[in-house]
Design a protein around this ligand. Sequence first.
Ligand SMILES: [Zn+2]
Length: 422
Amino acid sequence: MEYRRTAVIKLDTPEGAGEHLRETVEQFKYCANTASEWCWHGRHQIPEESGCQPETRGVSGDDDGYHVTSKAKAECGLYDQLREETELTANLVQKGIRQAVEAVKSGVERLKNDKETSRPTFTADTAIYDKRSATFHRDYVSLSTVDGRIECDYILPDDSENPPTKYITDEDYEFRRATLHRRDGDWFLHASMLKEDDDTDTTTGHRTVLGVDIGVNQLVVASTGRFWSADEFNHWKREYEKRRGDLQQCGTRAAHAAIAGIERKADGRFEIFLHRVANEIVTEAVEHDCSHIVFEDLTDIRENVPEASWHHLWAFRRLYEYVEYKAEEHGVEAVQVDPRNTSKRCSTCGFTHDDNRHGEDFECQKCGYQNHADYNASKNIGLQYLRRRQNADDGGAPVDVRLNRGTLNVSGEYNPPASSEA
Ligand SMILES: [Zn+2]
């Protein structure tokens, strides 16, 4: 059994090191953006004298005959150039190229499904490290930079019961890889850690996910059966729109200033509300021992929730961002899955039909399962993630969706809670 956790560690950078770290992430970004551009505007023919394998040289190696989605081909076409143009080590150059290829791959997927997309760009101050470009210790890390290795101590809270200290001080957790981040002038390491043990009980431990459905009436419904109503949010939104409308009719400069004031106040209120909901969702996941919180993919949320206004769309995205970073602090990962059919599919028998759903009511036309439509969807969203990960070759894939009592496995079969947690 494997436990995967992300530890967010603040770094104490030695005098003068900040500059080298900044230059390192700048050059990393340069590699990723150069590679993204190269891969996006594909059809490259790489000369024979490059020494690359013939199958990676020709345009036929491109995934859709145009974009480059092969890491081997991208490295073959770019590695030498980027080594020359940057002061990064081989490993960091490769990581930059690979990050771009992964992003281009998802872009190409979107194009294949006739969805809007554009060339991926990298703007965040980050760089990806593995054990060749970094040496992870229990109290400091040694990072490869444009100016050789730099050692940074960890700044850890004393609280050994909570992340990140809990995982870093636990020798059973091994560092796998990490992303270096710069935030508000400080440096952080987001370290992926892994623990393996012989615990075979799959109904406890971190092998379950929390599925969540988002919507305009019930803002969030979790697979544990917990509901977060959008009433408060919708009420404020109506109130705000009404006052805005009244003021707009005045058209005076004072009215415009008043509108701006209301907007600021409304945004603040919405944000406080969303922070609270995000905290509660993360607590729900932590209390139920979930390794992941699964949302539907928000990229196409406009199509999937046609009744959503721009306020809702804004709220959904903001909520996901809050959940994502709050979850990370607890070693829980927020992920998104393709929401196709999650509202029409029966979470019990898998039967998928338009007639299964009528507004907020779900009734399976095949097996008769009845429940709130959003609750049914939340279970499907969790299941969707299990199915996606089932074929992943990492052994650490979660195997169950957490319900109020018990779990659902990937085939939708219900397991009652183990006696130890009853
Ligand atoms: Zn059914």
